[in-house]
Write a protein that binds this ligand. Sequence first.
Ligand SMILES: Nc1ncnc2c1ncn2[C@@H]1O[C@H](COP(=O)(O)OP(=O)(O)O)[C@@H](O)[C@H]1O
Ligand SMILES: [Mg+2]
Length: 374
Amino acid sequence: MADIRLEGVGHSYDGGRTWALRPMTWTWRSGRAYALLGPSGCGKTTLLNIISGLLSPTVGRVWFDDRDVTGVPTAGRNIAQVFQFPVLYEEMSVYNNLAFPLRNRRYPAAEVDQRVRRVAQLLGLEEHLRRRSRRLDPGRQQIVSLGRGLVRSQVAAVLLDEPLTVVDPAMKWTLRSKLKEIHRDTGHTLIYVTHDQTEALTFADEVVVLNQGAIMQAGEPSELFLSPAHEFVGHFIGSPGMNVLPAELVDGVVRVGDAPVGRAVGQAAGKAAGEAAGELPPGPVRIGVRPEFVRLDGGVAGLAARVTGVDRMGAYNLVHARVNGHTLIAKTDASAAFEPGASQSLRFAEGRAFLFRDAVRCGVIEPLDGRGEA
Ligand SMILES: Nc1ncnc2c1ncn2[C@@H]1O[C@H](COP(=O)(O)OP(=O)(O)O)[C@@H](O)[C@H]1O
Ligand SMILES: [Mg+2]
């Protein structure tokens, strides 16, 4: 296994007119479980194919530890890759499909058997080992493909490109936790590509959020949730995503309309943003705050808000509130009684409302001295 380092790696499919992957420098650390999360078309497959060598990057170098593999073909990289749809030998038994990557690399017969049985047990394939792969349903065929990717020891990394797309939803949960178990078992570096935030957050030690060919932020799931570095991360992660409210920064105070909401403190965000901490220049900003951290009550200390609707979700309510011409959503207790039309006072949980400029986080809102009396 190795650290996989991308050094200024970028890719263009049209001779440099547009970047499918914008030049980036990034290290995948050996032994970690990563999710690569982003919407369709953002460059996830392009990035994986550059790591595995299926694609040669337009610019930059790819390193496995201190070995430059940029020009090394897939076969020389010792990568296992699992694709979105089953890739297997239909006429072979499940057992032989799983054994194939091992026999191909001349593992001793006893080890082949032991590894095949172990992976079959983890993936629930034991009773299918003798069956011809063609006879399995597509979901189970995909699980065999997954097994083929996981069966080897000593791989530089296992790359999984939306591997559970054709697997039914109930099975997905099981397989995801199996994957975690296999990861603990083998210590492989895993890079799991998905456009599904739940999949990413439940699977990974570290989630790398990609959008329009660039890494927006990388971090533990809780970090992405509590401390989004970019508006995109705020929207893409969370359900519903982060609220955005236009505001103005005047003399270090954040104002929505005429109402002061707090003191602006410059704050560098996560790994992808490079803004230095300190004083923020005055002017327009955008407040980003997750629905979980919007508080509504009958007091007078916060922003004037009017309830425009309530979605009852069972476990919680989503209360829509109009503030200074914009709608915010608050996630409240299912038992909280808010009626459309009611006037409320709206506040943000301390330290959970951030400031964004050009979609990049630049600060956080702190309470005004004297609790709201600016
Ligand atoms: N072989 C290709 N030729 C031209 N454009 C491509 C090719 N593969 C992908 N693209 C484009 O590159 C961008 C990134 O694609 P891709 O890496 O497949 O994204 P994702 O896997 O996140 O859906 C998209 O705009 C896509 O249309
Ligand atoms: Mg893809």
